[in-house]
Write a protein that binds this ligand. Structure first.
Ligand SMILES: *Cc1c(COP(=O)(O)O)cnc(C)c1O
Length: 364
């Protein structure tokens, strides 16, 4: 029996998600320690103290189910951003939400629009539900929103936009997004995935909550995995109009967010100092990466996220492998159709120094 033959049609075209290589795996392979990982856009500062405290207080309650409605976290998000708790949906990471949105609105005959080189979860979700993928060719590695508009038809149900985009770092300003939303029919759900928004300078950041007041079909997705440092706990949130949030809450698994994640998230949502420190490190270190690339004649895609994507103008796999032997894990993105690029997460100054040294050695 070949079970793939009886799998859902869309599943047959999927391959498993390629995550960044775990540090422990490389340690086992090479038998070396002091490995650094700049591969998964994680927070280089580690778990904030505020989250540690919240988690240790929560430990005694782990025999109980979590609060299915995430009351405290919704209240914290509501206070911070001036949105109503009934607009919020919590997810087991924002990947959970990206999938939930597709399950809520799209089925086999529907079309889902996203960009070439956009976050890989969009095609993954689209294929898993066997919907029709409309992948729009990228413009300078980023979203071609005119191309998106041209692709909209009666069957279009969903549009995914990552801003800043992963793995390229491309960014769309508020005016562009506003003008785009004004032209999208109300019946098409637009998902604005802002996993990296905290790394964009405040003066440039899109005020997406303001856009939400204008566009009833907008769904904003955010995560605590990046700037907030909770990637291992899995927690994210969506903000939409209340009617859409109600639909999500019908479809989601009742206890999709665990107690430790909820407690830690409440704490870090109020930990503005931690997020400010993270963003400032990113700003300063991103400038060093850009300068390094310029000095070495390496072409990069300007990024508003916490990572930088370098074009080596030749297959990057051997460079990736050689960096592994130096104890530095970065992220190959051939799976995105970018075999000449590597994506490097911005680390602490000392980690970035390691990367610069290793890259110089590897490139000879
Ligand atoms: C990292 C990332 C996410 C967040 O994933 P989580 O499931 O919240 O950890 C969402 N969208 C994009 C574009 C990302 O890069």
């Amino acid at each position: 029996m070949q079970y793939i033959n009886i799998a859902n049609e869309g599943v047959k075209s999927l391959s498993p998600y390629q995550a960044g290589k775990p540090i422990e795996e490389l340690e086992r392979e090479l038998g070396i320690s002091n490995i650094i990982k700049l591969a998964s856009n994680e927070n280089p500062f580690g778990l904030p103290e505020s989250a540690k405290q919240a988690i240790s207080q929560q430990l005694n309650d782990l025999t109980r189910y979590p609060d299915a409605n995430g009351f405290e976290l919704k209240a914290a998000i509501s206070r911070k951003f001036g949105v109503n708790p009934n607009q919020i949906t919590l997810g087991n990471g924002s990947n959970d939400l990206l999938e939930l949105i597709a399950h809520t609105f799209a089925n086999e005959t529907d079309e889902i629009i996203y960009s070439q080189y956009a976050f890989i979860v969009y095609p993954l979700v689209t294929k898993a539900i066997n919907a029709v993928a409309r992948e729009i060719p990228a413009k300078n590695w980023g979203h071609d929103l005119d191309g998106f508009l041209n692709a909209i038809n009666d069957k279009t149900k969903l549009i995914y936009i990552a801003n800043p985009n992963n793995p390229t770092g491309n960014f769309l300003g508020e005016a562009e997004i506003d003008a785009f939303l004004a032209k999208v029919p109300e019946s098409v759900i637009v998902v604005l995935d802002e996993a990296y928004t905290e790394f964009t300078a405040e003066s440039e950041r899109v005020d997406s909550f303001k856009l939400l007041q204008k566009y009833s079909n907008l769904v904003i997705c955010r995560t605590l995995s990046k700037a907030y440092g909770l990637a291992g706990l899995r927690i994210g949130y969506a903000v939409s109009n209340p009617e859409i949030a109600d639909l999500f809450n019908r479809v989601r698994q009742p206890f999709n967010c665990n107690s430790l994640a909820l407690a830690a998230a409440v704490a870090v949502m109020q930990d503005d100092d931690f997020v400010a420190k993270v963003a400032e490190n990113n700003r300063l270190e991103m400038a060093r990466y850009e300068q390094f690339c310029q000095q070495q004649g390496l072409e990069f895609i300007p990024s508003k996220g916490n990572f930088i994507t370098i074009d080596f103008k030749r297959p990057a796999a051997p460079i990736y492998e050689a960096l592994l032997r130096e104890g530095v894990i970065v992220r190959p993105i051939a799976g995105y159709g970018m075999p000449n690029h590597l994506r490097i997460s911005i680390g602490l100054p000392s980690e970035n120094d390691r990367l610069f040294g290793a890259l110089l050695k590897v490139l000879g």
